[in-house]
Design a protein around this ligand. Sequence first.
Ligand code: UDX
Length: 439
Amino acid sequence: MRMTVIGCGYLGAVHAACMAELGHDVVGVDVDPEKIAALQAARAPFYEPGLPELLERTMASGRLRFTTDIAEAAGSRVHFICVGTPQKKGEFAADLRFVDAAVNSLLPHVGPGELVVGKSTVPVGTASRLAAALQAAQPEAHLVWNPEFLREGFAVQDTLAPDRLVYGLPGGTAQQAAKAVMDEVYATPLSRDTPLVVTDYQTAELVKVAANSFLATKISFINAMAELCETVNADITSLADAIGHDDRIGRKFLNAGLGFGGGCLPKDIRAFMARAGELGADQTLTFLREVDSINMRRRIRMVDLAREVCEGSLIGRRVAVLGAAFKPDSDDIRDSPALNVAAQIRLQGGDVVLTDPAALDNARKALPDIAYAETVEEAVAGAHVVLLLTEWKQYRELAPEALAPLVAEKRILDGRNALDPTRWRTAGWTYRALGRPRT
Ligand code: UDX
């Protein structure tokens, strides 16, 4: 099937490549000429395992190409909207500028019988508004809302083999035809019994923000328990294991530490609160305010802990920070807890040297006034304290014996509960973590 993917950022670039992998004929469109130039050369404009190989393969097959010219959308059966919906500056609400611009530029090129399919995360009510605009421009085309649940670092596998598909379909006579086209788009995952939820626009929009709010709540719940563990010298990792054995709770997303960041969870829960306020339902989501503040408090606690182990002051202390990305296997530093902690320590007079296997270039641009190192060994040289803030596999596997001769003081703070405390303590290190006993 011929299809257009509008917006070639994280979501769009991965979606376009995966649709081509599933056998479709895809044109990716973006207004950013640099991004398109990189993609035209089969280069991923961000770090994502598996994407470079997939781009190479699908572009060589002739099923995937990229352009800045929206007119090339003409003739596609399906047009996916995959642009970003960032947080508005100084407000909680989502900025829909890119969605509106994408749809407006697309409308003149949509023909009868075609589908415009929204994948961006939007405030509930957006799909109906866009459907009305589409109806006015092309009465015989229809809108579908098809939220995306991909995780960075697993984006290719999440798109090729999603754990569920959700279609928010138009009402009336268009419904069956729209569903049939969507079933053709996702024929491969559907043939593997991927669960499918067919619903209306507003439910489909809500599914996405409800899922992200639940995940954020789960993380903040365990981090609130970690705060209590710190108070009574209990161990959050054993607590999480024990409650996680209950199938109704589950162990996933119960990793306590620095909390959530990235381009989705923080801004999505804030946009959800803002939208509830507009709908006169602000009270319904006040708990998300608490979820947000528990999350932000963990970052402050990490800085306090660094100051505490450095005898009450960070001024002139050399602080090695391992990790800048908001999570491992990503170069994304949007709302990164690690980078936020590094910036706070710098503000308190710490002499920060940061390293990360993938996000160094992005971090350098965002936080130019700290030092950067290409390797862990360089970063920890002469450190008074080492902070593990993003749990990359290579950091989880660090050997205390190997680092010991390099540092000024053998102190490690484990911001992600990724290390074995006994191993580090036995090797003579002061080991502290969020939510774990002091000794
Ligand atoms: C998230 C959702 O998982 C995904 O379904 C949605 O489509 C987009 O938002 P992503 O932002 O890629 O995906 O990252 P995710 O793996 O969910 O992690 C989010 C943040 O939570 C990271 O900062 C991570 O370090 C943190 N986290 C996750 C924890 O602190 N503890 C956990 O137990 C799990």
